[in-house]
Ligand binder design. Sequence first.
Ligand SMILES: [Zn+2]
Length: 111
Amino acid sequence: MNGTYPWAIDAGFSSEDAIVIAHADDAVDDNFNYAWIVGVPGRHFDTAYGTADSRTIFADADLKLAVHLYNRCQKHEALMSLGRGLHSIQDIYAHRDALSTKSTQAGMMML
Ligand SMILES: [Zn+2]
């Protein structure tokens, strides 16, 4: 399991909840989610134009959804949304050397 599990434990989640968060985080890289055409590359690499980072946009949306779901007593789904959002935040650091400039990204999008 990735570093998300110990992070979740440190953040105060139960072991059971930390497993759900970590698995949802890992699942973002499954099923070709990383592929340019098939998946959602903006979760892994910054594909936004302008100053915003697409990963931050995804993470913010996932956190808002997690709070919404939690408030509707959908805890499992809320934890999964939190895990997906954490993945995008983690990828800001994991892929910081790849596609590090907007012009490089624009070139990659044209390939
Ligand atoms: Zn990723």
